[in-house]
Design a protein around this ligand. Structure first.
Ligand code: ZN
Length: 89
C-alpha cells in the first residue's frame, strides 16, 4: 500500500501514479512503476495534484527545491496522462 501525497489516503500502488525524480532534476511519471529511485505517489486526479503542489509535497518528499518550470511541466504531463487514461478505458 502507498500513500498519495495529495490527499494522504492509502491505496494500492497500482491505483496511484508513481512519480520519480530523475538525476537531471526533472520529474518523471513512472507509468510502469519500474524507474529506479525514490517514488512519490499521487491519485490519478487533478485535485490531488493541486493539493500536492500547494503543500510543496513533492519538494518535501524528494528533499529538493523544484523550480516552478519543472512543476509546471510536470503538471501539464500529469493532466495529459489523466486524459489519455480516460480515453483508453
Ligand atoms: Zn490522493
Amino acid at each position: 500500500m502507498r500513500t498519495c501525497c495529495g490527499c494522504h489516503q492509502t491505496k494500492a500502488a497500482a491505483e496511484l501514479q508513481r512519480i520519480t525524480l530523475q538525476p537531471c532534476g526533472e520529474l518523471r511519471l513512472d507509468g510502469r512503476h519500474k524507474a529506479a529511485g525514490r517514488g512519490v505517489y499521487l491519485c490519478p486526479n487533478a485535485q490531488c495534484l493541486q493539493s500536492a503542489l500547494r503543500h510543496k509535497a513533492l519538494q518535501r518528499a524528494f528533499g529538493v527545491e523544484l523550480p516552478h518550470s519543472v512543476l509546471e511541466e510536470f503538471s501539464r504531463r500529469f493532466l495529459e496522462r489523466l486524459r489519455e487514461t480516460h480515453v483508453s478505458r
